[in-house]
Design a protein around this ligand. Structure first.
Ligand code: GDP
Length: 301
């Protein structure tokens, strides 16, 4: 169902200055372009990326002779899709068994919810999944994961007050012994803890059997899409601490200003971090593979 697209669109359109509302069928003049520039910045596209897009629109207006706002809208959609396209990558969990995914992100970003959604997504693709309750700092997080696992018949490995590396190690060992395809590890949303956990995983791998060889295969950063430009700072900080390999951006059904995805892509224009999924609601089914063209379409109405 494409219902999520309309939810995404509604969320994006609800912002104070929205891009969609600009295209009223009026003339394409300097006022219009200025309003468009303001709307893009308000939608969190970022100042630099916005001015690059505006330059391109001006070029298109001149060189391709665009006259109507509808033509400019299409040109804007194409510009955004072009920026977003390199981040459209499918998560491939076939390269290792078990395939170990470490989930990171600040508290409240939607990490625990997203773990549930991702487990369901993978299970529906025929993969067996176990979860590692590696956020040993928050009893509530462990509890939330345990309840979720029980309800969805997905095993959750946890330890009361245990250390996160030991939980992850246990989960990977269990997965290996039982031929489980994917291990998804929850982690505490604190950067020093994250860095320690990575170091600990490397240490265990060096000193013990090969259960953790090559793991984690993905380090996914969960970002709250309503956090705007602050998301960029989080990408930088987490990447410095744990070498992020991909992103999941949540809450894009709410009042998100989705342009932040373009800003994130523009951070590394040559090779942006993959945006594997977007979260478009609180339900389990509300996790979608990120696709650049529909997303760009939703952004510009
Ligand atoms: P954590 O602290 O990072 O583990 O965050 P949680 O998974 O507990 O989520 C925090 C809140 O965000 C909860 O109320 C979730 O239901 C909500 N949430 C997570 N993802 C989404 C999403 O894609 N859309 C909406 N609307 N809410 C979400």
């Amino acid at each position: 169902s494409e219902g999520w697209l309309s939810r995404l669109k509604n969320g994006l359109a609800r912002t104070r200055v929205n891009i969609v509302g600009l295209f009223s069928g009026g003339v394409v003049d300097e006022d219009f372009l200025e309003e468009l520039e303001y709307a893009l910045i308000s939608a969190d596209v970022g100042v630099e990326t916005t001015s690059r897009i505006l330059q391109r629109l001006r070029d298109d207006i001149k060189l391709k002779g665009l006259k109507t706002q509808e033509e400019v809208r299409v040109s804007l959609r194409d510009a955004l899709a072009e920026i977003l396209k390199p981040a459209e990558v499918a998560l491939d969990v076939e390269t290792s068994k078990p395939f170990v995914i470490m989930m990171t992100g600040v508290n409240g970003a939607g990490k625990t919810t997203t773990i549930g959604k991702l487990a369901k997504f993978l299970a529906e693709e025929g993969k067996s999944v176990i979860l590692a309750a590696g956020d040993t700092f928050r009893a509530a997080a462990r509890e939330q994961l345990a309840v979720w696992g029980e309800r969805n018949r997905i095993e959750v490995i946890s330890q009361t007050g245990g250390d996160p590396a030991a939980v992850v190690f246990d989960a990977v060992s269990a997965a290996k012994a039982r031929g489980i395809d994917v291990v998804i590890c929850d982690t505490a949303g604190r950067l020093p803890t994250q860095a320690n956990l990575m170091e600990e995983l490397r240490r265990i791998h060096r000193s013990q059997n090969k259960a953790l060889e090559g793991a984690p295969h993905e380090v996914l950063l969960v970002l709250d899409g309503t956090n705007g430009q602050n998301a960029l700072a989080q990408v930088k900080a987490f990447d410095a601490a744990v070498k992020v390999t991909g992103l999941i951006i949540t809450k894009l059904d709410g009042t998100a200003k989705g342009g932040v995805l373009a800003a994130i892509c523009a951070m590394r224009a040559e090779a942006p971090l993959p945006i594997y999924f977007i979260g478009v609601g609180e339900q389990l089914a509300d996790l979608q593979r990120f696709r650049a063209v529909p997303f760009a379409n939703a952004l510009v109405g």
